[in-house]
Design a protein around this ligand. Sequence first.
Ligand code: PHE
Length: 456
Amino acid sequence: MNENKSSEKSGFSSKIGFILAAAGSAVGLGNIWRFPYLAAKYGGGLFLIIYLIFTVTFGFTLMLTETAIGRKTGKSVIGAYKSINKRFAPLGWLAALVPAIILPYYCVIGGWVLKYLTVFVTGNGTAATGDGSFFSSFIGNAGQPTLFFLIYVALTAAVVMLGVQKGIEKVSKLMMPLLVVLTVGIAIYTLTLDGAMDGLKYYILPDFDGMTVSKLLKTIAAAVGQLFYSMSLAMGIMITYGSYMRKEDSLEQSVRHIEVFDTAIAFLAGLIIVPSVFVFSNGDPDALKAGPSLMFITLPNVFDSMAGGQIIGTVFFVLVALAALTSSISLMETVVSIICEKFKIKRIPCCLIVIALCVAIGMLSVLGYSVWDTVTIFGYQLLDFFDFISNNIMMPIVAFLTCVLISYVVGTKYIEDEVTLSQKRFKSKTLFNVMIKYVCPICMIIILVTPFVTKI
Ligand code: PHE
């Protein structure tokens, strides 16, 4: 067992730097379009309560586990699992594959966000309104999506190349406070719109109408699935960031802060999206459809109908771009750290290798929506397929096996020892033990089988 921090690694210089970088990873596209849609779909307040309960129990446990593994081993995800237990080395490889699959298509979507940002910044928001033909013709011709994808990759890579302290930490300290200010600002504005209060009620009051056991189970599965993705779990990100964390900073407290950050931004995004779409659609909840159509078709129409909509639209896409960038930075850093460690090469050449891979694989997603739009795998277009296998299959498997490794192979004391390095008492120890041994593995199995049993 090798538990020494590798000496050539530079880490975060402060606790707040770590918290903001990890929160930057957590806060992303999932918070902004997926969370509000799910909350609206699954009974408003009820979904919010269930989500909150799972965040402070399930999410907390998995995030603490990964961060502690990272800090204890001081390694990237492959090295970390191997150093805990040789037999679990393949788990490290599986976990490493997840960010490698997600990064390219996340950058493709990031490129779409940049495109919309430029449309609104140049005062052309109205061009993006209508029935969606603007969006379909944009993604249907490979040229522009490729250009914006490349710009987005370049922005992400520029930060990662600068390193942990000078790049990731600095940028997170700048971007995350800005993101909070912008989110709060637009949330206040949308709540002042005529009719917004009905949307607000729809969003936060629990709706028990027609509630059945099966509906409740689906709500729980949706909440757990969302939480998992939203907190960037089971893909080595928190292991990588944990390995850059200082030994003297409290793990428990840091994870709690990240949780609050992630949930608060998701909740605020709901305050922006649900009431404004509600006003626009005269109270039709169907207008809150998931997927790209909400962000790239419905919202431009919503903004266009508001007074000052060009400005609100611009600010909104700036905030989405910030949220997406800090997430893709964490994905790229995770892949870079794996390659640096595995092949013992320096950061810049590693970054160049990762950029080349990211561009090559990302082009499959770009082309999958344009010239290759007839190509499908199990009925999914290429981008959706990458999304499906990483989120619905690989991540739950990684999380499940991590729980098994910690609970039944090395023992929970492994994590406890790391937690108590920087604080006297592990306050949530009982909660942690129950969650990691029983609740988390069961939840993972539920997530894994749900898509096959029912279509949520
Ligand atoms: N947590 C991010 C979100 O909520 C998604 C993400 C997944 C980010 C994987 C990085 C890696 O959108």
